[in-house]
Ligand binder design. Structure first.
Ligand SMILES: Nc1nc2c(ncn2[C@@H]2O[C@H](COP(=O)(O)OP(=O)(O)O)[C@@H](O)[C@H]2O)c(=O)[nH]1
Ligand SMILES: [Mg+2]
Length: 213
């Protein structure tokens, strides 16, 4: 009897330990069109053979939080299991008229704007659940804006480890230094999600930060 109780307690502790450490919840956050889904897809494809969601040049393509569980990433002989969480782009202003420029019909544009607005709410709701967040920024855009500062400020307030990615370094206009100087307290890594450039540095940082969780 006593042994049984002890075994059960032991099992519970052990299960809890694995539950916490077993799967690291890795969130992809950032403004629309920065390349969050492109990056999540690349990782998923490389390690599971499947993609997580669709990519588009039209902003707010991702309007639901989407996941891929039990993604085992291998880097330099080490393995870690992640739950990848790809989120809708965070924006302060979503105007359906912006979609009309992409030859989208009025009705469809209005629907997209409504869903995108809900998407922002959902992305923020999920923040509390994350173990580690990768903030994906488009390195060809000015990083000093309300959205970026709000996302990073929120993560800091919640004490969630942050890694900043300067994406689209394949483009001539990209400027990693500008992102680094906008957020000097955080590690910034330049990548190209589309062409799979410099992902080694990204995995390196993710593994290192995951160990400290
Ligand atoms: N040149 C370039 N384009 C990219 C890169 N990553 C994403 N894109 C493009 O940026 C647009 C938005 O990508 P998406 O992954 O949907 O961004 P999300 O809204 O942050 O999920 C698409 O047209 C992508 O092909 C990159 O590394 N380089
Ligand atoms: Mg997306």
């Amino acid at each position: 009897m006593v042994i049984k109780i002890f075994t059960n307690i032991f099992k519970k502790i052990f299960a809890g330990f694995f539950k916490e450490k077993g799967e690291i919840k890795l969130g992809f956050y950032g403004p629309p069109n920065a390349g969050k889904t492109s990056l999540a897809n690349r990782i998923c494809k490389d390690f599971t053979g499947e993609e997580i969601g669709s990519v588009s040049k039209i902003p707010h393509e991702t309007r639901n939080v989407q996941f891929k569980e039990k993604v085992e990433i291998e880097y330099k002989g080490k393995k870690m299991t992640f739950k990848l969480v790809d989120t809708p782009g965070i924006a302060t202003r979503i105007d359906y008229e912006d979609f009309l420029k992409f030859k989208m019909k009025k009705k469809e544009s209005r629907k997209r704007a409504k869903e995108a607005t809900q998407g922002v709410v959902d992305a923020i709701k999920w923040l509390d659940d994350m173990d580690l967040v990768v903030v994906v920024l488009d390195a060809t855009e000015n990083p000093y804006n309300q959205v970026n500062i709000t996302i990073i400020g929120n993560l800091v307030a919640r004490k969630i480890p942050v890694l900043i990615l300067a994406n689209k370094i394949d483009l001539k206009k990209s400027d990693i230094k500008k992102i680094e100087s906008a957020f000097p307290e955080y590690e910034t890594i330049g990548i190209s999600a589309k062409y799979g450039k410099n992902l080694e540095d990204f995995y390196e940082a993710v593994f290192r930060l995951s160990k400290s969780i």
